[in-house]
Design a protein around this ligand. Structure first.
Ligand SMILES: [Zn+2]
Length: 153
């Protein structure tokens, strides 16, 4: 995915006024033309990473450590969306870790995956910047009146 494509994702976020991470997840799935599924996985709470994304044949599967912090959850998911939107799975081969930690889910065809927090490289840096920018976008829309939030409080 080109930078122009990522920029159009940001333009959409501004236009639609995303105020929570789930809106961004839905938009990301639409943007890349593939479902983005977020699952909380208890096994991750004992792993050094708090989230990763596995690019499967028919979906991007984002697995995150269970948390009660909405801010933390948003950031971890935002980081993984960064990998998806920047199409890092097409460049990096860091799937060995994922196969190690989820050996009991052979039904998932893990093509390539990236783990958050375990690797330090340009991909991780780009994903962190993406998560920062998404968090700022969501924060900026939180305070804005919206017809929907007016109804639901
Ligand atoms: Zn990462």
């Amino acid at each position: 995915m080109t930078d122009a494509s990522v920029e159009s994702f940001w333009a959409r976020g501004v236009a639609e006024g995303w105020s929570d991470i789930d809106e961004a997840v839905a938009a990301a799935a639409d943007h890349v033309g593939k479902p983005v599924v977020v699952r909380e996985e208890a096994f991750l709470s004992t792993e050094p990473v708090c989230g990763f994304v596995a690019t499967l044949e028919h979906q991007h599967l984002v697995m995150i450590s269970p948390t009660t912090s909405e801010t933390f959850r948003s950031f971890v998911i935002g980081h993984e969306l960064g990998h998806v939107l920047h199409r890092h799975h097409e460049h990096a081969a860091q799937s060995a870790y994922v196969r190690d930690v989820i050996p009991d889910v052979p039904e998932y065809k893990v093509e390539r995956a990236l783990a958050r927090g375990l690797f330090s490289n340009d991909y991780e840096h780009e994903a962190e910047l993406f998560a920062d920018r998404l968090a700022a976008l969501i924060r900026s829309n939180r305070g804005r009146p919206s017809a929907f939030r007016g109804v639901f409080g």
